[in-house]
Ligand binder design. Structure first.
Ligand SMILES: C[S@@+](CC[C@H](N)C(=O)[O-])C[C@H]1O[C@@H](n2cnc3c(N)ncnc32)[C@H](O)[C@@H]1O
Length: 200
């Protein structure tokens, strides 16, 4: 079972934001999908903090170990899911299957195909009024602040020319074109933001 110090550091805040965003729906069981789960720390903590049921996520032995060690009952075994693929290939999930889709620190480490795929696929897999929540650093209308985030953007592009901070305005347009509305931006720390999109 792997441990990520960064994921560990983000954990409390991520769970608190997710609980706030989903508070109004806390009376019912929700079906959530985490995209790009990495080693699986987030998914088990989300499940324990929010009682979300049936969370699926990316395939990794580490995710399986987290499920086994924490004995969390509401997380399904990981599945392979490439978000750049058409939604019909998203692990066999039917249209309208999910109440919530979560993507933590995924978009900046992805090609534009994946960024577009996350929004397009979510527009199909979410039920009406369902929520997509993305977390990470973003550009706003072509501008990146503070300067350390510009450095991060450059570093990512050096690692892979297709990566880099996604622009919130482009995400808003993508959402609009795929039956969703970007309805909230939550800032808990200077460098990273949570974007909440609703399927309308
Ligand atoms: C920076 S890691 C973040 C991992 C985890 N969400 C976290 O916050 O610790 C980015 C993750 O995105 C995943 N990823 C990249 N492109 C993807 C795609 N097309 N579909 C699904 N996951 C993808 C990678 O495999 C990796 O697990």
């Amino acid at each position: 079972m792997l441990i990520s110090p960064l994921a560990d550091r983000n954990q409390k805040e991520l769970c608190s934001v997710l609980c706030d965003v989903l508070e109004e729906q806390s009376h019912r069981e929700l079906f959530a999908l985490e995209l790009g789960s990495g080693i699986g720390q987030h998914v088990v903590n989300f499940a324990m903090a929010t009682q979300l049921s049936d969370i699926k996520e990316e395939s990794r032995d580490s995710v399986r170990s987290y499920i086994a060690v924490t004995k969390v009952k509401t997380v399904l075994q990981p599945v392979h899911l490439d978000a750049s693929e058409p939604w019909e290939k998203w692990a066999g999930l039917p249209r309208g299957a999910c109440d919530v889709i979560v993507a933590i620190n995924l978009l900046q480490c992805s090609s534009f195909d994946t960024v577009e795929g996350v929004v397009k696929g979510s527009g199909q897999i979410l039920r009406q009024n369902g929520l997509l929540i993305t977390h990470g650093p973003y550009a706003i209308n072509g501008t990146i602040t503070p300067s350390c985030m510009e450095d991060l953007d450059q570093e990512l592009r050096q690692m892979n020319p297709g990566w880099g901070l996604p622009d919130i305005d482009i995400l808003r347009q993508l959402a609009f074109g795929n039956g969703m509305r970007m309805e909230r931006m939550i800032e808990r720390e200077q460098d990273n933001k949570y974007l909440v999109y609703q399927d309308v």
